[in-house]
Design a protein around this ligand. Structure first.
Ligand code: DQA
Length: 143
């Protein structure tokens, strides 16, 4: 499988911010573990704090032969219609992920404007949310 892991705004602060919510590992540490888990697959990683750059990355992935995109859009999840439209504009399936269980947190996190155009949503399993989302592509077409 060829997988693209995209992290959005503030995810570069993982390991430094709100450690009780997001843990103490940096995003680089987490990405290394993901790459090691998917040893026999091809993984690419991208992070940006800029909404437009994330849209561009999703568009570019649409032109390549990715099996799937695993997207933690961070707070953009809750209000970015631009990212929603970028997801809707490509054929590559996108799984929305969150490390925390957004539904057990503040009310503004309960709403996602991207879920509707994503293949599925995984939230609440820390760094394993990314791995579970990546694994889901193995079941493609089997359900
Ligand atoms: C997050 C949840 C979002 O509400 C928040 O803005 C983030 C991270 C998560 O991984 O749990 O930045 O997407």
């Amino acid at each position: 499988m060829k997988l693209l892991f995209i992290n959005g705004v503030n995810l570069n602060m993982t390991g430094k911010r709100e450690k009780s919510v997001y843990g103490t590992q940096t995003l680089d540490d987490i990405n290394e573990e993901i790459a090691a888990y998917f040893t026999y697959d091809e993984c690419e990683f991208y992070q940006s704090n800029n909404e437009g750059d994330i849209c561009t990355q999703i568009q570019l992935a649409g032109d390549e032969d990715f099996d799937g995109i695993i997207l933690n859009a961070g707070a953009f999840t809750h209000y970015s219609y631009a990212i929603r439209d970028a997801i809707a504009s490509v054929d590559v399936p996108v799984i929305e992920v969150h490390m925390s269980n957004v539904h057990a947190r503040e009310e503004f996190r309960h709403k996602s404007v991207i879920s509707e155009v994503c293949k599925g949503v995984i939230a609440g399993f820390g760094k394993y949310s990314y791995i579970l989302a990546g694994e889901s592509f193995r079941f493609d077409g089997k359900y």
